[in-house]
Ligand binder design. Sequence first.
Ligand code: AVI
Length: 374
Amino acid sequence: MRHSCESYSGDLSEFLSTGNQMAVLRDSLGTLKGFVKMATYVQTVDIEHFAPADEREALTREALTREVRRGLVARPRSLSPWMFYDAEGSRLFERITTLPEYYPTRTERAILAGYADAIIAAAHGDRSLPLRLVELGAGTASKTCILLEAALRVSDDVAYVPVDVCPDALELACQNVACALPEVRMQPIVRNYVTHPLQLDLFDGTTLALYIGTSIGNFSPEEAQLILRNLCSQLQTGDAPLLGTDMVKDRRTLLAAYDDNDGITGAFNLNILHRLNRELGANFDAACFRHRVLWNSIECRIEMHLESTQEQGVSIDDADLDLHFMPRETIHTENSYKFTDQGIRRLLTQVGFEVRGTWKDSRGWYTLTLACLG
Ligand code: AVI
């Protein structure tokens, strides 16, 4: 930057990165008026299928109603983990990711920080081609910027396609990336990639498909296969998926990660009941349920449940349900599968991928696996 009242003979564009804008204010005679204003980069992002808020609310209520009628009448009772993520649940999840006991987020971030250049080099062999990063379940994209920065170090044509069921999360992801890395072209997609397989535009370059954050662990092996098979069908030779997985480790560490001392994960679990009170006119007394976590070593998964502490009746008016809970009866709310190297390899080869590279932390608690079409 230089003093605005002095003349400048150089080329002002040298101050700008690709795509940035600058307003140069002059009077009608063309004399520089005394200051140069640099505007921040503005990118117009079309969020595909962005339904109006009331339409989205109605769809969510419908899905909630369907899910409570299915899950709370069945034995054993269960509710699907997508129900955690209303505004309050998403806020609580963000807090979970910073808890000392919840190691997956910071471990994955550290692996990305250490190996982002190596991952990009392995995924993007031909640097002359444009690079597209597609991210399933993008959330706030806080870790993705590490990879996007590495991508920008080798290519000046980088696109980012965050895919998420939640338009608010997508908007935040776009804002975060646009602020930090304005050179990246953004093409967000609102989609439930589990129920509605992704349909990517044809791309003349390399696609790196990110499925990180160990989100795959919240699906059964059959569902996980289906998600990856759908992803595989959208990729071309030379493209690569990058999968983040939490690994099997000692039981104490695993249990603590889902049952923290401050009770944040408990509040996250119980929020499902508050959500049903708020959105479906239910009358759950959350104080009469407790957060329960167990390690299922046969299925290789952490399970979260809500356990009724007493005999009680609950009604959910908008779903026309009257429920009766016995003491210690549970609602199964989440599975979080943990992986082994063989398990990851098996899952990927079952759906048509081959492992191309793996990156781990020093304790081997978490793995990032880059694959390619087999
Ligand atoms: C989003 N998902 C990968 C988290 C997990 O670890 O399974 C959700 C979570 N549930 C409790 N704590 C975190």
